[in-house]
Design a protein around this ligand. Structure first.
Ligand code: PMT
Length: 209
């Protein structure tokens, strides 16, 4: 299989030296990429700004903003069998990006935001037969919100992680996930992100074989 995996945060600039972003480190997406490569698959890895070294045998596309990530995803989508969106894409960006560093005494203490494109919703509009996996990072009612996202974003599976649980979510090497599909929900115990990656890859293999 050829897999498109997104990872990390996006960065939405306010001026050349300031931006809005989030706590994603890319560990979850890179671990899935490693598991996919170990299982003999080809990987397109598209990642926002992270401090990790991509696996040597992945084809790696570093991006900055949500709109950069959308462009890369749309480029690779027709060439892949499945997409796994672990990236924590910023939902909003500043309406204007200053060309020069803003000065404290001249700037308004308010930043006007505009919505970013939703990458999974854009995939839904143009996809053919690719298997699409989203992630849901929640701090409460994780399964309820995950089921809603499964429907709304037209996904084959969503991997829910309650990022308020110790050992789960952002920046750690482990995760606690549930696979939510139209067929039901499967819960997993605390595992390494690499083990979570292997479970996701086996699941996709079982559906596409
Ligand atoms: O990178 P790590 O430090 O290892 O952390 C891993 C993680 C917590 C980031 C990861 O496990 C995770 O949960 N990723 C999804 C984070 C997220 O943005 O969730 P969300 O519930 O806001 O978004 C739902 C889905 O829509 C996600 O698949 C996301 O990639 C996608 N999305 C979101 C916004 C947007 N504009 N476009 C999108 O496609």
């Amino acid at each position: 299989m050829r897999l498109l995996i997104t990872a990390g945060p996006t960065r939405e600039h306010i001026d050349p030296v300031r931006f809005l972003s989030n706590c994603s480190t890319g560990k979850m997406g890179f671990a899935i990429a490693e598991a996919a490569l170990a299982a003999g698959h080809e990987v397109e890895l598209v990642a926002g700004p992270v401090a990790l070294t991509p696996p040597a045998s992945a084809h790696y596309t570093p991006v900055i903003s949500a709109r950069d990530m959308l462009a890369a995803v749309m480029e690779y989508l027709p060439t892949v069998d499945a997409v796994i969106m672990t990236a924590a894409v910023a939902d909003w960006r500043p309406a204007e990006v200053a060309q020069d560093k803003l000065k404290k005494h001249t700037m308004e203490p308010v930043i006007k935001l505009v919505p970013n494109p939703d990458i999974l919703s854009e995939i839904k509009k143009v996809k053919t037969n690719q298997f699409i996996v989203g992630f849901a990072a929640e701090t409460r009612n994780a399964l309820e919100y995950a089921k809603d996202k499964l429907e709304r974003k037209g996904l084959d599976m969503i991997v829910a992680n309650d990022v308020s649980q110790p050992g789960a979510g952002f920046a750690v090497d482990t995760n606690i996930v549930s696979f939510v599909t139209q067929q039901g929900i499967e819960h997993f115990p605390l595992m390494s992100k690499r083990e979570v990656g292997a479970k996701i890859i086996s699941y996709i293999e079982s559906k596409l074989s």
